[in-house]
Design a binder for this molecule. Structure first.
Ligand SMILES: Cc1cc2nc3c(=O)[nH]c(=O)nc-3n(C[C@H](O)[C@H](O)[C@H](O)COP(=O)(O)OP(=O)(O)OC[C@H]3O[C@@H](n4cnc5c(N)ncnc54)[C@H](O)[C@@H]3O)c2cc1C
Length: 376
């Protein structure tokens, strides 16, 4: 047996690529395995851009992790000389007592995140491409922006390889097993052995970790690119609206001809991620088209193109980042619930800590696998 490593990372999407990079930079002999190629479009880490922000409406406990995530993205940019993050700013709009505005204000207050409370008159002046409701509160975060998602994944894998990692692609893992001090990973072509295993299988986590019966639901999510008729869209900020119909968000125009938009809420359940339906149906596009008609100026209500992606939801919408409850040399990261990408830099560091030291100094208690919300 020649395929023996210090650690194996199963899955090289957002979280796996980052973990591989952190482990390789700690001089471990590490192997990353994926069933597809690097920065592919069959999982959850594709579609051009991902929002990153610190006034985190989902829960204030994420903010310390975000502060470290920003540092690590910046370090990756310095190491690679690539521009991965664009600080275009982001505004949130919605009812003042809604989850989005009140949650963002709570996180901003607790951790002194710089945000501006923007009056409606000022919002109409500063963000002239949007129609606001009289009942909207608007919060602007200048230090928010977007990450170039495929470039981030490729950069992480390239850095890992430069630090000595091995990578195999187009090899589905068909099974794995663990004993104290040894893990064995079997793909459709080879058997690999290592001291530790990190599992970051995205929408396939339920299958790869089936013995744990994790309460995960995979949702089918569409992204849309709509044509714009104003050059001002290139200078826009990112935006996120909480509306009675759902939450909708989007980005400035990157190439000047289209803007990317999506609905954060909703989505059909996916039974088999490999058989994901990639067609776009009227029930997919209509909520976003209706949002465009009501809220956005100089944007076609009809999508020029679309992509299909997956959210892997936990019951409480919070991630699972922990050691495997039955195998202490197996670490897992799952259930990123449609808001994980911005954290891949820091969670990769956490997973490397857990794999190497068995613990981490980063605050991840709230993401434990044995929290009550996961015992459903
Ligand atoms: C439409 C959409 C918009 C989003 N917007 C944002 C946003 O604005 N901001 C944000 O922070 N987050 C956002 N997210 C969430 C974020 O993108 C995800 O949480 C994150 O990318 C998930 O990364 P992952 O590593 O868990 O999954 P993936 O990137 O899918 O990686 C999992 C990998 O495991 C591999 N794999 C699985 N099983 C096996 C196997 N048996 N053998 C070999 N390989 C295997 C897969 O091929 C895949 O490459 C969005 C997600 C979607 C879908």
């Amino acid at each position: 047996m020649t395929n023996v490593y210090d650690a194996i990372v199963l899955g090289l999407g957002g979280f796996g690529s980052s973990t591989l990079c952190h482990l390789a930079q700690r001089e471990l002999n590490v192997l990353g395995i994926d069933q597809f190629g690097i920065a592919h479009d069959r999982g959850s880490s594709h579609g051009e851009t991902r929002i990153i922000r610190k006034a985190y409406f989902e829960h204030p406990d994420y903010v310390p992790l975000l502060l470290r995530a920003y540092e690590l993205w910046s370090e990756l940019e310095s190491q690679t000389g690539q521009s991965l993050y664009e600080e275009c700013g982001l505004f949130l709009a919605g009812p003042p007592e809604g989850e989005v505005i009140s949650g963002a204000r709570e996180s901003a207050n607790k951790y002194d995140v710089p945000v501006d409370d923007v009056s409606l008159d000022e919002a109409r002046e500063r963000f002239p491409l949007f129609n606001f409701e009289e009942s909207d509160a608007v919060v602007f975060e200048p230090e928010a922006g977007y990450l170039r998602v495929e470039s981030c994944v490729s950069a992480l894998v390239n850095q890992a390889v430069a630090a000595g990692a091995s990578v195999v692609t187009d090899q589905p893992v068909v099974s794995w097993s663990a004993d104290p001090g040894t893990v064995r990973v079997i793909t459709d072509k080879e058997t690999y052995q290592a001291t530790r295993l990190v599992i970051a299988a995205g929408a396939w986590s339920g299958q790869v970790l089936n013995e744990l019966s994790l309460p995960l639901t995979v949702l089918r999510k569409l992204l849309f690119w709509h044509g714009v008729s104003s050059p001002v869209w290139s200078e826009a900020t990112a935006f996120f609206f909480e509306r009675p119909q759902g939450c909708f968000y989007g980005f400035p125009s990157i190439v000047g001809q289209t803007v990317k938009l999506a609905e954060h809420t909703g989505g059909l359940t996916v039974e088999d991620p490999l058989a994901l339906d990639r067609e776009c149906y009227p029930f997919d596009s209509e909520p976003v088209s209706e949002f465009v008609r009501r809220t956005m100026k100089s944007v076609s209500p009809h999508a020029a193109r679309h992509a299909v992606c997956m959210y892997t939801m936990t019951p409480d919408g919070h991630f699972i980042v922990d050691r495997h409850p039955k195998h202490e040399n197996v670490i897992l990261a799952a259930g990123f619930s449609g808001h994980g990408f911005k954290f891949t830099s820091v969670i990769g560091e956490v997973l490397a800590d857990l794999a190497c030291e068995g613990s981490t100094s980063l605050p991840i208690e709230f993401l434990r696998i044995d929290r009550p919300a996961l015992s459903v």
